[in-house]
Design a protein around this ligand. Structure first.
Ligand code: SAM
Length: 246
């Protein structure tokens, strides 16, 4: 897709999402304030995401049934732009936001990335140390622009920090770039997601990540569950799963 087409489809999607936002946040001034805060974050913090990706997940947080338990989890925060934005939605929904990151950037890896499904080169984009935001930097950005009091930060490599995590999860957002990191997140966090819980990955345009999501054997042997139905897999950057109600 050309950049112009991508920009147009982003604008179209954003206008649809804003209509949905209006049905969830009735007060016009509250809505304007929310949008203003999101824009302020994009202006002051480097944000390698589209506004529609954040708003889509934000609307999931706001529309999640109030009587259902579970926290919101973000894996991959970089400088804290997405974290600050999600923290605002999380506070409105009266939930807690748990943030996993090394706060040292991507791990060293041998993954051979070439092009995204949208045709963009991603070769050498995901080398060790890329997308580094220190814990102090992230905390300062969330304190300044988001809702710090709803956040808990868990620092370290996912494979070290996630196995001990045991909180029930209502909503999970992955933006971790690597196939190996995606596997670790799914292996340790997917079983903690409550029935009806919602999972997004912003890495649905990365072929090696698509392979992970599409791998029946990985789901059965490593996650211990049948591969779920995955909306947008192989077609969209933002993919979505709703965990089966058992
Ligand atoms: C693209 S950045 C996230 C961008 C952020 N969501 C935003 O929109 O501003 C990817 C993040 O994943 C983290 N990450 C990836 N794999 C990791 C791993 N195995 N352990 C810890 N952190 C990891 C990196 O440190 C980095 O902060």
């Amino acid at each position: 897709m050309t950049r112009v087409k991508e920009t147009l489809s982003e604008l179209l999607l954003l206008s649809k999402l804003q209509v949905r936002l209006a049905s969830l946040v009735a007060s016009n001034s509250q809505r304007q304030m929310l949008i203003k805060r999101l824009r302020m974050i994009s202006k002051h913090v480097p944000c390698p995401h589209n506004e529609s990706e954040i708003l889509s997940f934000g609307l999931e947080i706001l529309s999640f049934p109030k009587d259902k338990e579970g926290c919101v989890v973000e894996a991959g925060s970089y400088k804290g732009g997405s974290t600050a934005k999600f923290s605002i939605f999380t506070k409105l929904a009266n939930k807690k936001l748990i943030v996993f990151d090394s706060f040292e950037g991507l791990p060293e890896n041998v993954e051979n990335h070439d092009k995204s499904i949208l045709g963009h080169s991603i070769r050498e984009l995901f080398v060790g140390g890329e997308f580094c935001g220190s814990l102090e930097e992230v905390k300062n950005n969330v304190r300044r622009y988001g809702e710090f009091d709803v956040c808990t930060f868990i620092k370290g490599w996912f494979e070290d920090t996630m196995p001990a995590f045991s909180m029930k999860i209502a909503l999970l957002y992955l933006d971790v770039d690597l196939a190996s990191s995606t596997k670790t997140c799914l292996k340790f966090l997917y079983p903690l997601i409550i029935p009806g819980g919602v999972i997004y990955s912003q890495d649905g345009d990365i072929p090696l990540v698509i392979e992970v999501f599409d791998d029946d054997e990985f789901w059965e042997k490593e996650v211990g569950l049948r591969k779920p139905s995955i909306e947008g897999l192989g077609k969209k950057k933002l993919i979505r799963i709703v965990k089966d109600t058992e």
